[in-house]
Design a protein around this ligand. Structure first.
Ligand code: B1M
Length: 214
């Protein structure tokens, strides 16, 4: 069997350095050379994103580096997508994400989204200032297994509780795992409102979310 280790490592490096243009070319070259699309996804892209996630968690890289790595990930994914579809490589699961009602902060949410995608999870982004009923409707129709709620304001974190209560009232609370996060949110608050998980950062959110699909 051919050894594509160097090519996969090079792609992972390009991702970590955020080289969006170069990574698209490298992924195309790897595909042309016969590297399986699933290996490029798992062993180069997701592996690279996990490394960045770990560094972010340890304070070794910061938001800008994560954002440019994520941009490179998106570029590489675009190139890879047709081959993945052809190879029948499907995401491990689907998640919904949004910033809750009244809250316009989206940088943290976007980071969480990118980290989830980097772990092979398909993410449907409902945006910011997201109406509670819209979230409930999306849970009903999307088939997502995990719902990720972000809140950055002490005045909006209660909207995370509103969503959980609305899911209960709609009789669909058990159909989805609810993850909460954002600067003012704590484990104690998450427990109080009946969330399934709280994480303080995007990399941990991706780890916990991925574990829900195992
Ligand atoms: Co606003 N803002 N802001 N703001 N803003 C804060 C949050 C604030 C702490 C600033 C301050 O006063 N020191 C303060 C909140 C105070 C409070 O509630 N206790 C505040 C305020 C008051 C406001 C306004 C009310 C200001 C005003 O208009 N008077 C207003 C509210 C608007 C609204 O939402 N309705 C407002 C507006 C804005 C801007 C639009 C100018 C801008 C947002 C731009 C944007 O997001 N596109 C903004 C910004 C940039 C900030 C600060 C400076 C930075 C937030 C940020 O992006 N951090 C912020 C002060 C600060 O945090 N230092 C502040 C970087 C980001 C990567 O971190 O979002 O925490 P964060 O995400 C982290 C984790 O929390 C976690 O992972 C991420 C990375 O690891 N995480 C999750 C997030 N979601 C998660 C979900 C998960 C798990 C983890 O699972 C589902």
């Amino acid at each position: 069997m051919a050894d594509y280790t160097k090519q996969l490592n090079d792609i992972s490096e390009l991702l970590q350095k955020g080289k969006a243009k170069d990574i698209a070319l490298a992924v195309q070259q790897a595909l042309d050379d016969g590297v399986p699309a699933g290996d490029i996804l798992e062993k180069a892209l997701i592996a690279g994103m996990s490394i960045i996630g770990g560094k972010f968690k340890r304070g070794e890289v910061f938001v800008p580096e994560v954002l440019i790595a994520a941009r490179a990930m998106n570029k590489a994914s675009e190139t890879l997508k047709p081959a993945l579809i052809e190879a029948g490589v499907t995401p491990v699961g689907k998640a919904l994400i949004c910033t809750v009602k009244g809250d316009l902060h989206d940088i943290g949410k976007n980071l969480v989204k990118m980290m989830l995608e980097g772990r092979g999870i398909e993410v449907n982004d409902l945006g910011v200032d997201c109406d509670t009923q819209k979230i409930v409707d999306a849970v009903k129709t999307s088939g997502a297994g995990v719902l990720c709620l972000s809140a950055l304001l002490t005045t909006t974190m209660m909207a995370q509780k509103d969503v959980i209560d609305a899911l209960k009232n709609a009789g669909i609370r058990e159909s989805v795992k609810v993850m909460v996060g954002g600067a003012p949110v704590t484990q104690g608050f998450a427990d109080e409102i009946g969330a399934d998980a709280y994480t303080s950062d995007a990399a941990s959110a991706a780890e916990v979310c991925r574990a829900f699909y195992n």
